[in-house]
Design a protein around this ligand. Structure first.
Ligand code: BG6
Ligand code: MG
Length: 219
């Protein structure tokens, strides 16, 4: 039985990794810190402050806690200016169809994202009122791979974790789903989705029967 599907936001509903890259790149260049696309890949699913720690682990710079907060804030200002360009056209292939068919089958839909910009992004792409529940970076203390965000989404929906399937593009997110006792579908650069029950390039060919099958796999 499947009662709900919990969607990650960045990289599943909408592709924001290029904006994250550009924003971190700008700050890294200003601060003379080393940063490249490969490091950016490792920031998928990880909170803003943890992302900064990963970037700092590749440089010999030392910052106080207060300066780190300021750096993260500067990055977010650049990132939000880029998010202003987002529109419903940026919703990834297959997303709208899947949301509609889940609704038609009375399967609940939720967002489970590490991002504190979740409300802004959903607003920009016209999906602010489309989900039954939203769990995001503003309402959790431990970010993925901790299961907190997905457990919170299930709780808000009033659904047991075993009845939820998570759709994720990040290994940290797949790990979080498994830790929450949920099954996971990996999308995007799926090669990195170890332990996902199913991996897909995008959501355009995913149907509900496949999701039900995914949830019946007992491991
Ligand atoms: C995740 C992204 O969804 O949100 C990460 O995959 C990002 O790359 C994290 O670091 C936090 O985002 P924000 O919007 O709160 O800075
Ligand atoms: Mg993601």
């Amino acid at each position: 039985k499947i009662s709900a599907v919990i969607f990650d936001l960045d990289g599943v509903i909408v592709s924001t990794d290029e904006f994250h890259y550009q924003a971190w790149k700008q700050i890294s260049d200003q601060e003379k810190m080393y940063f490249n696309r490969e490091i950016n890949e490792r920031l998928r699913g990880v909170s803003r402050m943890e992302s900064l720690e990963i970037i700092l682990s590749h440089s010999d710079k030392n910052y106080s806690e207060k300066d780190k907060q300021l750096l993260a804030q500067r990055k977010n200002e650049v990132y939000c200016a880029l998010l202003n360009k987002l529109s419903p056209n940026d919703i990834l292939p297959g997303v709208i169809n899947l949301l509609l068919s889940l609704k038609a089958r009375d399967i609940k839909i939720a967002i489970g994202s590490s991002s504190k910009n979740t409300p802004f992004i959903l607003e920009q792409i016209g999906l602010a009122f489309s989900f039954n529940a939203i769990a995001d970076g503003n309402s959790i203390t431990n970010s993925k791979p901790d299961p907190e965000v997905f457990l919170l989404a299930a709780e808000k929906l009033g659904v047991a974790p075993e009845e939820c399937v998570v759709i994720e593009d990040a290994q940290a997110g797949i790990d979080a789903a498994i830790a929450a006792g949920m099954k996971a579908v990996g999308v995007g650069t799926a090669a990195s989705c170890v332990n996902a029950q199913l991996t897909l390039k995008d959501l355009s060919n995913l149907n509900i029967d496949q999701l039900i099958e995914v949830n019946e796999i007992r491991s």
